[in-house]
Design a protein around this ligand. Structure first.
Ligand SMILES: [Zn+2]
Length: 248
């Protein structure tokens, strides 16, 4: 069966002499594993539209294990991000998250537009760590693991003093409801407020947001733990980014 869909290229690896295995996040069918034949030949028309983190319109033919990319047209290459190491690494991190988190052929149109808006934000406005955290939260929510941040999951009180996030329960607890477990992460008030805003606000709200370095670090840490806990995966690109940051 032939179909056509807009798609974000998650991963593209050389295969056999001239082919590539391409992991796609398609608008129509969600994550699709595909093959682009002859794409390593210099004149292949599929070269540009199968690069990691580009946005393309693709024609595909369904196969037993892999769908075959028959034609393609580039929609956006995100040229600014591609020329900048920090932006490239973070765009690739978004691709790795999607590739490792999604099951094959489960359409997720909301997450698809969210991923596009994040790629576009990085390309047009430059690096902002909150954009990455926003995507991580939207991904968790899309998979049904969105953290419960509005009130204490035990007693329901909203003004939680000294909130503690429990990974296993997927939400915050106050001191009196706290279940002492290995999966607790302490949060400060600022981090909780920012997490709440990222969970319900859009990208537009992020430009005006001023967040202390301590809260940024705490939010990054908690989302990293939460993603690893639910997806049971490690994210190589995240580790690469952290190593580069440490060496600077
Ligand atoms: Zn409570």
């Amino acid at each position: 069966m032939y179909y056509r869909s807009r798609a974000i290229v998650l991963k593209s690896i050389n295969y056999r002499d001239t082919d590539k295995l391409v992991s796609l996040f398609t608008e129509e069918k969600g994550k699709v594993r595909s093959i682009a034949r002859g794409v390593q030949k210099p004149k292949s028309s599929l070269r540009a539209c199968t690069q990691p983190f580009c946005h393309s319109m693709l024609h595909l033919s369904s196969g037993r294990e892999l769908d075959i990319i028959t034609q393609g047209k580039l929609i956006d290459f995100y040229g600014n991000s591609r020329e900048d190491v920090v932006l490239s690494l973070h765009s690739l991190y978004i691709m790795e998250l999607i590739d490792k988190a999604l099951l094959d052929k489960m359409p997720m149109p909301e997450l698809y537009s969210c991923a596009l808006s994040v790629l576009e934000y990085l390309d047009k406005k430059g690096f902002n760590p909150l954009v990455l955290r926003y995507f991580e939260l939207q991904l968790l929510a899309g998979l049904g693991y969105g953290p419960l941040l509005d009130a204490c999951c035990g007693c329901g009180r909203k003004d939680v003093k000294k909130p503690v996030f429990n990974l296993a329960q997927g939400g915050i607890f106050c001191e009196s409801c706290l279940d002492v477990s290995l999966h607790n992460v302490y949060l400060n008030g600022e981090s909780l407020a920012v997490l709440r805003l990222l969970a319900c606000g859009g990208l537009a709200a992020l430009n005006r947001l001023k967040v202390s370095p301590a809260a940024l670090k705490q939010i990054e840490h908690i989302l990293e733990l939460d993603l690893e806990y639910h997806l049971e995966r490690k994210f190589n690109m995240k580790k690469t980014i952290q190593l580069i940051n440490k060496s600077q």
